[in-house]
Ligand binder design. Structure first.
Ligand code: OSB
Ligand code: MG
Length: 377
């Protein structure tokens, strides 16, 4: 693949409303937008790291550092024939999955544009539309949560995920079931807020007939999750604990989960995501595409990923308007019919960049060529 130049921009983007989870509150998005130029085309990626190391150990700042110091120089020096080789090329750098992913995503997009196909077809996706749900943060009151659930159900979202933490768990779930009934596809995400000492409380979740409980225990655990799963009828889904197909194999082997949430950023790229998807398929473990409040570029990559056949549970990829007044892509992501997003048919990830908006949001900008880098802002 021809690669001549890489541009890295840091953008700050306001969220329509703060998003609160068990680990903290996010009020704006801090994004790395990365472009890889080659063969007259531009491949684009977006980093999902948060400004603080509270979901995992990475931050927007560490992603920038790893890109500049190690990943971009390596990519510019070595020849790559196919995006599948990038994971191996970057394997000398331990972890730092979100940093690796933003560059790998851009190379996948570039590859699909250079070979004149959609990103979905380049990665082997076959679904024409994807089924989507919505993730709702911890709200100030149960009433405010119920109002949000009502609005999102009206929009047609096909899975309601609510964030929980100690002190905000049984009551909000009970209130949702009471108000909207048992047929609403409902799940809870704890973002590692509990331990096995909370087993009695966690067992009470079984009464709500949840689709799953996502990452109830520590971010780096699978052993305790296996113990928990053996005592719950609610399926356990892993998010934070899974960084690779190897992590997935081990989690499945010991019965730590029945479902996996795949996030491209968390596992270091699209190639690793596909491997996890394929392994889960052979074990009859359904997967769904998680989210990190992505702006449009990340959202579009998620849509392409979720077009793989084993994405059988609605993901967290909601419409752009869920989080942003204006998105960095044109058109923005919308529901094509209630609860579904059409997989785009334009080459690459399938959207154009909203350049006027991006230039308003840019904080810093740097360009890299072999043996040379220029700071423009
Ligand atoms: O755990 O899935 C998570 C957002 C930021 C960090 C972690 C998570 C989330 C979400 C939001 O749940 C998903 C989305 O709407 O993008
Ligand atoms: Mg999660």
């Amino acid at each position: 693949m021809e690669i001549s130049k890489i541009k890295v921009q840091r953008l700050k983007m306001p969220l329509k409303a703060p998003f609160e989870t068990s680990f903290g509150r996010l009020v704006e998005k801090d994004i790395i937008l990365l472009r890889v130029y080659g063969g007259g085309k531009v491949g684009i990626g977006e980093s999902v790291a948060m400004p603080f190391p509270i979901y995992n150990e990475e931050t927007t700042g560490t992603v920038l550092y790893m890109l500049e110091e190690f990943l971009i120089p390596t990519l510019l020096e070595k020849e790559v024939q196919h995006p599948d080789e990038v994971t191996e090329l970057f394997s000398f750098v331990k972890r730092n999955y979100m940093a690796k992913a933003v560059l790998e995503m851009a190379i996948w997009d570039l590859y699909s544009k250079q070979t004149d196909q959609t990103l979905s077809s380049a990665i082997g996706g076959s679904l024409k539309e994807i089924e989507v749900g919505v993730s709702i943060g911890i709200e100030p009151t149960v009433q405010q949560l119920l109002d949000k659930v009502e609005n999102f159900l009206e929009d047609g979202y096909r899975k309601i995920k609510v964030k929980i933490k100690p002190g905000w768990d049984l009551e909000p779930l009970k209130a949702i079931r009471k108000r909207f009934g048992c047929s609403v596809p409902l799940m809870a995400d704890a973002n590692s807020a509990y331990t096995l000492n909370d087993i009695e409380l966690l067992r009470q979740l079984d009464q709500f007939d949840l689709m799953m409980i996502e990452q109830p225990l520590a971010h780096d655990d699978i052993i305790d999750h296996a113990k928990l799963q053996s005592q719950l009828s609610t399926p356990v889904c892993l998010d934070e604990s899974i960084h690779s197909v190897e992590d997935t194999r081990k989690a499945i082997e010991i019965g730590a989960c029945k479902i996996i949430n795949i996030k491209v950023g968390r596992v270091g790229g699209i190639t690793e995501s596909k491997k996890i998807h394929d392994l889960c398929k052979t074990h009859n473990i359904p997967v769904w595409c998680g989210g990190m409040l992505e702006a449009g570029v990340g959202r579009a990559h998620n849509i392409a990923l979720a077009s793989l056949v084993n994405f059988t549970i609605p993901g967290d990829t909601s419409a752009s308007s869920r989080y942003f007044d204006e998105d960095i892509i044109i058109p923005e992501v919308t529901l094509s019919r209630p609860g579904y997003i059409t997989v785009p048919t334009q080459t690459g990830f399938g959207f154009d960049l909203n350049e006027p908006l991006i230039s308003k949001l840019v904080q810093t900008e740097k360009e890299f060529e072999l043996g040379n880098s220029v700071t423009r802002k």
